[in-house]
Design a protein around this ligand. Sequence first.
Ligand SMILES: [Zn+2]
Length: 392
Amino acid sequence: MEYRKFNADYLFNGTSLLGEDHVLIADSTGRIKDIVHYTNAGEGIELFSGILSPGFINAHWHLELSHLRNLIPEKKGLADFVFSVVAGRNFEEEKILVPIGRAEAEMLGSGIVAVGDICNNSMSLLQKENGKVSYYNFIETSGWNPAIADTRFEKSKSYYDEFINKKQIASIVPHAPYSVSRELWGKITPFFTDKVVTIHSQETKDEDEFFLNGTGSLVELYQRLNIDNSFYKAKKLTSLQSYFRYFAEASSVILVHNTYMKQEDLEYLNETKPRNQMISFCLCINANLYIENALPPIDMLLENNSNIAIGTDSLASNHQLNILEELKTIARNFPGISTEILLKWATLNGAKAIQMDRNLGSFETGKQPGIVLIENISGDKLTADSISRRIL
Ligand SMILES: [Zn+2]
């Protein structure tokens, strides 16, 4: 077996940022053999300028919305955004499939190797069968009107079966607390057992307002979409506290956005989560700036030792599908966070969240995580010009 040897200014192994005296050794398929000291690495070392990192994990994406790039106006708030997405779903198939292929290629080139992908249909399945990127497929269900719980569930279940029949990893998940009725939760909860599940959570401050008081922009959204909301009685709980118990049997829960999560919600999670369950907080900072012009509470999550992962969200709410661009935006707004911590969120933490850390997320011997080069750094800091590309 032929081996390749890689050296750069820094080597991020999945947990630590090592110095230039380390050499990464992998076989020609990218399977990691070892990390050794430069003096023991022998001949034939390939030299790079920048940081070598395991492939990135995109913990939250909507591949099927790739045709909506640059179509939805920015900074209008979540309720307006959801309305635009619902209205924009009905494009002809070809106008959806071509951007799907392009989006995957863009993602691969910038170093993403695995994705937690939200699916409302099976249009992305053909692309996924080529196996270039690993997907955890979250078959998303929604329906606020209790009367449609059966039909919505049956539809999601048929997509789920389609993905499973094609040997894809999949689970059935709720879209958001404000779009899934108690009846629909009841139908999908049995499918959470031992699965990775995810939900858009506390993306707008009106979400808590709706669950605490039954008022706010979400009520207007139901009116615009002609959805009957007359049955709803506010629970006097925050959004998160009103739904989290449904996830009791899931092995991993990815809470996406968390832009308006409060300390009391984190304490609630600590008290109620099952002992063996993993909870991850997926940040989609560029989408938060795009839709709500808001920043997620990263300092609070750090203080609580939360498992943070990174997602790009969709091209409907982001200008690119690039995990490094997410890290650069975080670094710009939270300059105290080290590159080592940012890269851990983008690699090992994401791999654990979607339960692919057996093979991905770090340069441990035997894994095949992809090798990414980050160029144009300053010291060990990311800069506005930093770019990433897959080199193996
Ligand atoms: Zn999303």
